[in-house]
Design a protein around this ligand. Structure first.
Ligand SMILES: *Cc1c(COP(=O)(O)O)cnc(C)c1O
Length: 417
């Protein structure tokens, strides 16, 4: 049977009738949400269509692993969000990071990450990629000259993160990109914090606004803000350049990185409210950061919008004009308790909180807390010196009432320190 036109229920076995039902997708049905279209197999109308399939640029459908109309819609919306041309989905933010590393690096190559890089990226470089003969180094994200000294003729890729993980330093992104351009090194940004809202990663420019200094690749953990529900794992890889996109897509295909369409549906459903959620969490987070900065038990608050935070001037330059001069920040920050406090006291503080739950991730509706000891985590001594301590508490702000969260922090501080 080659098409539903040949279908004759009277003469066909029941099992075959159940499979070859003459279903056609509905036309003339319109609703808010794109349909959830799931597939491993995608039918081709002819062998010629098979031979002309296009897995790289979405002009045809080929196989579920390369996407369905549902995932293509999400990819297009994310490309719009980040100001990119192409976007690929991956099963997690970390899978997206791994895809970029594996696509752009080979034996004998060298890659550089900031000292405050998302930890599992560096674990991949230290583990499997080191085994494959790919070397890595760590640079100080707040020192452009330090990056300049560490670039070698073998350096193929530099990772950027703004703000950095846990300690929240905000780098001078355009200056770092300019340096990489001068050395012909590709630049990948982990843009989970900015989420496409705080700044436009492909439209960075120098201070005079004369030279475009956009990143080559922007990776986003959709697990965080775009999902917003604490229940989906997904990542994206956005690019503007066709050749770069095709290289990453080819590797993506060889690695078999597919996503489930029910998860795509969840992200599509949350995406329209993302900017409202981002701004609400930003407001509450800044309120709480300012509250904590006034408390005697707190040595330092690490939030890029606070004037004494590391890299604050770079944040001001890049994100300060957003939203009528309010500026934009993700609702996540850390603080360093006074140096006399023990880890036991810090752990007790986390456990005393009633509305902040202990857990990883961020961007969801529930506020989260996590204690970190960065002493063994950072390679460069100046990274820790700048923070004024190595024991940190990270707070990820949810959608609860700001006053409730402030009272919760106050009672936990009072009862544990
Ligand atoms: C969470 C996170 C990731 C990884 O996302 P997963 O979906 O959890 O794998 C990558 N980078 C940053 C900055 C993150 O916060």
């Amino acid at each position: 049977m080659s098409s539903s036109a040949d279908f004759n229920p009277d003469t066909t076995a029941l099992s075959t009738q159940l499979i070859h039902h003459p279903y056609q997708p509905p036309s003339g049905f319109a609703s808010l949400q794109p349909a959830v279209q799931k597939a491993s197999t995608v039918f081709f109308p002819s062998m010629a269509a098979v031979r002309n399939r296009d897995w790289a640029f979405k002009t045809t459908y080929t196989y579920g692993l390369h996407g369905t109309p549902t995932s293509f819609v999400l990819e297009e919306r994310l490309a719009t969000l980040e100001g990119a041309k192409h976007c690929l989905l991956a099963p997690s933010g970390l899978a997206a990071i791994a895809n970029v590393n594996l696509a752009l690096l080979g034996q004998g190559d060298h890659v550089l990450v900031p000292d405050n890089v998302y930890g599992p990226n560096q674990s991949l470089l230290r583990g499997d990629l080191a085994r494959y003969g790919i070397a890595h180094g760590v640079y100080d994200p707040l020192d452009v000259d330090d990056l300049a000294r560490r670039i070698t003729p073998q350096t193929r890729l530099v990772w950027l993160e703004a703000a950095g993980s846990v300690s929240m330093e905000f780098p001078d992104l355009p200056a770092l990109v300019r340096l990489c351009r001068q050395h012909g090194v590709a630049v990948a940004l982990d843009n989970t914090w900015g989420a496409g809202l705080a700044f436009a990663p492909f439209d960075l420019e120098d201070a005079g606004g004369e030279h475009p200094l956009g990143v080559d690749v922007s990776v986003h953990a959709l697990t965080k803000y775009p999902s917003g529900g604490g229940d989906v794992l997904m990542g994206s890889i956005s690019t503007r350049d066709d050749t770069l996109h095709k290289r990453i897509k080819a590797c993506h295909m060889r690695l078999g990185l597919g996503v489930g369409m029910n998860d795509v549906e969840s992200v599509l459903r949350s995406l329209p409210s993302m900017e409202l959620r981002y701004r609400a969490q930003d407001r509450t987070a800044r309120h709480l950061a300012q509250f904590l900065a006034r408390q005697p038990q707190v040595a330092k608050v690490l939030h890029p919008a606070l004037p004494d935070a590391p890299g604050h001037a770079h944040w001001q330059q890049l994100c300060g004009a957003r939203y009528g001069g309010e500026g934009a920040c993700a609702g996540i920050f850390s603080f360093v308790p006074q140096p006399g406090y023990t880890q036991t006291q810090i752990d007790a503080f986390c456990e005393h909180l009633q509305h902040f739950r202990i857990g990883y991730s961020w961007g969801g509706s529930t506020s989260l807390v996590m204690a970190y000891d960065l002493a063994g985590d950072r390679s460069l001594p100046q990274s820790l010196q700048r923070l004024g301590g190595h024991r940190l508490v990270r707070l990820c702000i949810g959608l609860e009432d700001a006053q409730t969260l402030e009272r919760d922090l106050a009672q936990a501080l009072a009862s544990t320190f």
